[in-house]
Design a protein around this ligand. Sequence first.
Ligand code: ZN
Length: 218
Amino acid sequence: MKIRIGKASDNDYTANDPYVSRYHALLFRDAEGCLLLEDLDSANGTYVNGVQIMRKRITLRDKVRLGPDFALNISEALKSGNDYSEAFSSLKSVYDGYVEQKVRIQSSNQFKTRLFQSLPFALPGVIGILIGFMGKGSPALFGISLFIAICAPATGIYMGAKQSAKIPKQLQDLSNRFKIDYVCPKCGTFLGEIPWESLANKKQCPVPSCKAKWTSGE
Ligand SMILES: [Zn+2]
């Protein structure tokens, strides 16, 4: 990635200012991926935080000025080079978070579903033992235990089904959020359920009209 900045219209980024040279400065990344700003022997100089430079590592927070008046917006200049690597790298945590949440929803619901379904089956057995301990058993107690034996499994199946019905809803909400967040930082196209590393290997957006660069470098 090399972004040439200056007054001439054939620059990557055109700076319209009378004190900016035709080819004023160059913005690029070094081997370590750091941003470098280089003055191209401009007439009025390039300044970083008020200090004139020939070549300097910069960050997005630095104040860059070309000549006496022109304040350069570094992020804007980077966009002219179609470089979206900074915004793209932040998508890694979006993808990782999505996968983590999905696993959590699925496993927690599976556990609750099983619990609801198995507990009521165990309950009548326990009650039967209790009744046995309470003596020879009266018809009323027998009636109650029979009632529980019939109702408890039905309740368990109902609650288990209700719990498992929550899964699609929670997963749907998660997937909706993911579709909004996991998009190309330039064109906004949803990137699909493709791991971030695979996308990084593609290096750029596959949308023909976009082709935003996702990784820095040439
Ligand atoms: Zn794109």
